[in-house]
Design a protein around this ligand. Structure first.
Ligand code: FE
Length: 220
């Protein structure tokens, strides 16, 4: 842990901190202005954001997870030093300087949050979804994780411990989901295709039968 503090002096503050609130406010103001002036419509903007939240952003994380499922040496490096192992695959940068991987097991289910603001591992997951940044998730996932997970369609029985990891300005977590049964012999590319964003946040799990929607439908 001390390493993070020792290194801190070598970075600019903005490299470690969350998005400064004045920047967020400026973005909001700009967005409102553009919408008011009818220069953009919110639907188009939402579609664009959705693309980065769900389709492009989390693909990096999926590549990391798929590699760790298929390459035991890589898995060991990932658990030892998440930042370096992720950088091996070419993913690094702002909000990913100090990455810690928390691994799900048959006995432990991990989930990530930033209780203070919206810290999120951008290089591997892209932009955080709106609910991740919202006050109810940030407060409730700590107090009543099983209830919140159930609202996501994920039932975690009492026999499985739930660990909630609070991201900070210095540390970002990513969940390493369990590889589902029925995927023996799959290539890393095949595996990456079924790894969802929510499974790497911990509000979902990976199933062999594909998409987020499918997983939710099955759970409900
Ligand atoms: Fe934060």
């Amino acid at each position: 842990m001390n390493k993070h503090h020792d290194d801190h002096g070598h970075h600019h503050d903005h490299d470690h901190g969350p998005l400064p609130s004045d920047v967020e406010l400026r973005v909001k103001a700009l967005e409102s202005l553009l919408v008011d002036k009818k220069l953009i419509d919110t639907k188009a903007l939402d579609d664009l954001v959705d693309t980065y939240e769900n389709r492009i952003g989390p693909r990096n994380g999926a590549a990391v997870v798929a590699r760790s499922w298929t390459d035991p040496a890589y898995h060991a490096r990932l658990m030892e030093n998440g930042t370096d192992a992720i950088a091996e695959l070419g993913f690094s940068g702002v909000q990913g300087e100090e990455m810690v991987i928390v691994e799900n097991t048959p006995d432990i289910h991990n989930v990530i949050v930033c209780t203070l603001c919206s810290c999120y591992p951008w290089p591997v997951l892209g932009l955080p979804p709106a609910w991740y940044k919202a006050a109810p998730y940030r407060a409730r996932i700590v107090r009543e994780p099983r209830t919140v997970l159930q609202e996501f369609g994920l039932f975690v029985p009492d026999s499985i411990e739930v660990r909630v990891w609070d991201s900070s300005a210095e540390l970002r977590y990513m969940v390493l989901p369990m590889r589902p049964a029925g995927t023996e012999g799959w290539s890393a590319e095949q595996l990456a295709a079924i790894i969802t964003r929510d499974s790497m946040i911990g509000t979902g799990i990976v199933t062999a039968s594909a998409s987020i929607d499918t997983a939710l439908d099955e759970a409900l």
